[in-house]
Design a protein around this ligand. Structure first.
Ligand code: ATP
Length: 511
């Protein structure tokens, strides 16, 4: 990541996103709505580029993956069979005094043990420094209560591990006082709605909490198109909805978000671990190809004892966000669980006939599942950079620059006439804009000093700027006629390029 990352970098990114039109709070004029976000003019382009890159690499450039777009609202039985109605829950805790809600697995507590005896409890919310913060709080607790003796090192636990005797003694993260936290209870995160005119039990349906079930439910339909043979994948991009208890960290955890998921079906006797590894590596390489540095990525293998009974293994690709190392992309080996469940519940076996091995079986699946918004945030964090650059008068100033990979940058090239009141310059600049526009996103700007126009594009992450000046018109001699200044965002280096050579030169860089 760029070197200027500091603790407040998240605030700077949020403020830049608003200022430059990447991301706004949803319904802001009414005070906003927690967990929902709007993407502004630059944000939609960035999002679209992420989606398009993934779709091209995952579907169009492969022979073994096909696409799907299933409906957001599906038959409610889908979610019963998949286990979401019964089990798609997070443990929720209420603070009866402050009326705040928490996810139990995000509250951490520890006993304050002095000379082998528990003197009380301390609490913190999930952070990068849970153990250190609990230790500091335990020391303060001991000092304030003037307890004599030796404080033992704290042993952090999350609230789901608290015993019924401990719960009343654990301080609420909201008030700092014990006695107000309820025991955790399961909260189903699916959004409910009603289909049709009746508002009774029989009309209840759900907004999908993941896109994956569409691929399982349509497995047979895709198979019957005859284009696919195991091993093959079905990929989908689309909105998902989860009524998260604590949406937070900007767009990292939202209630409405977009997923890009792919179900890769393999034979029941194939080496699942090899395919699992293959897709972990594919996902990592893809992230690097859109500008996320490999050094900011790591892998987390879910411990065997925490996996669902059907799961063979899950590895998360983690990204080092400014608020901590967090899950970006989950790659799960789910066995034949989902297809078997839908086969049983629908009465239509989800089987595949292998005409080489002459046998029928339920395929196993490897599932790489990622959120567009989490990738977008990782890209924003990776791209954000502050450096020093000369202003109009040559004095050094801090420059904010979004170093997006040209493949992903919302605007690929900005075109400026040096002066807006010189019709010849404006005409030429508009010709250059029109030449490039069919092939890439071009931003035309004639307002303000040229240095300020460059700065605006640096903040938008535009990799190239073109300036049309009097040399372009041939005023300094024929050798510079019909050339423009091409300025590169990261190095700020400028070169003269012939207009006739612009298109191939830029296309090579942005594709
Ligand atoms: P988490 O543990 O962070 O809640 P998860 O393990 O429940 O995530 P999955 O169900 O595996 O997530 O979803 C696949 C991917 O979808 C995640 O890796 C993440 O990129 C994205 N995702 C999941 N929940 C959200 C959310 N609330 N907001 C934004 N993206 C999300």
């Amino acid at each position: 990541m760029a070197e200027s990352k500091t603790a407040d970098v998240m605030d700077k990114i949020v403020s830049l996103c608003k200022r430059r039109g990447f991301i706004f709070q949803s319904s802001e004029i009414y005070g906003g709505i927690n967990g929902f976000w709007d993407y502004g003019p630059l944000g939609v382009e960035l999002r679209k580029n992420i989606r398009d890159c993934w779709w091209n690499d995952m579907v169009r450039r492969r022979d073994d993956v096909v696409g799907l777009e299933s409906s957001i609202i599906m038959h409610p039985k889908v979610w019963e069979a998949s286990g979401h109605v019964g089990g798609f829950t997070d443990p929720m805790v209420d603070c009866k005094v402050s009326k705040q809600r928490f996810r139990a697995d995000q509250i951490f507590f520890a006993a304050v043990v002095v000379d082998g005896k528990t003197a009380g409890y301390v609490t913190v919310l999930e952070s990068e420094r849970i153990a250190e913060e609990l230790q500091e709080k335990a020391e303060t607790f001991k000092r304030k209560k003037a307890i004599q003796g030796k404080l033992e090192p704290v042993r952090p636990l999350d609230f789901t591990e608290a015993t019924p005797e401990e719960i009343p003694q654990i301080p609420s993260p909201a008030t700092g006082e014990p006695g107000s936290l309820t025991p955790p209870r399961a909260f189903n995160m699916m959004f409910e709605t009603y289909v049709g005119a009746l508002r009774d039990e029989s009309a209840i349906a759900y907004l999908r909490p993941e896109t994956a079930q569409g691929m399982f439910v349509d497995f047979k339909a895709v198979l019957d198109t005859g284009r696919v043979k195991v091993p093959f994948g079905i990929a989908q991009i689309g909105k998902s909805f989860r009524n998260e208890i604590t949406p937070r960290n900007f767009i990292f955890r939202s209630r409405e978000f977009e997923q890009m998921e792919m179900e890769y079906f393999i034979s029941d006797d194939d080496d699942w671990a090899r395919w699992h590894r293959y897709w972990i590596d594919w996902c990592r390489d893809w992230l690097v190809s859109v500008g996320i540095p490999a050094s900011a990525l790591s892998e987390y293998n879910h411990p065997k004892e925490k996996l669902a009974f059907y799961s063979k293994g899950t590895t998360d690709l983690m990204f080092s966000y400014p608020f901590g190392v967090q899950e970006l992309w989950g790659i799960a080996a789910r066995g034949d669980y989902d297809l078997t469940q839908h086969g049983k519940a629908s009465g239509q076996p989800m089987e595949y006939f292998d005409d080489v091995k002459k046998k029928r079986y339920v395929p196993h699946v490897i599932e790489p599942a990622v959120g567009v918004d989490r990738i977008l945030l990782a890209i924003l964090c990776s791209a954000y950079c502050e450096d020093q650059a000369p202003d109009e008068k040559g004095k050094m100033e801090t420059r904010i620059v979004m170093k997006f990979h040209p493949r992903i940058a919302p605007v690929k090239v900005a075109v400026f006439p040096l002066l807006k009141n010189k019709p010849e310059l404006v005409k030429k600049a508009q010709e250059v804009r029109d030449l490039l526009r069919p092939y890439m996103t071009v931003f035309y700007d004639e307002a303000g000093a040229i240095g300020r126009r460059y700065r605006r594009q640096d903040e938008a992450g535009t990799p190239f700027c073109l300036t049309i000046d009097f040399d372009t018109l041939g005023e300094k001699g024929p050798e510079l006629a019909d050339t423009v200044t091409l300025r590169e965002r990261d190095t700020m280096k400028q070169e003269r390029v012939k207009i006739s050579e612009l298109l191939p030169k830029l296309l090579e860089k942005v594709r």
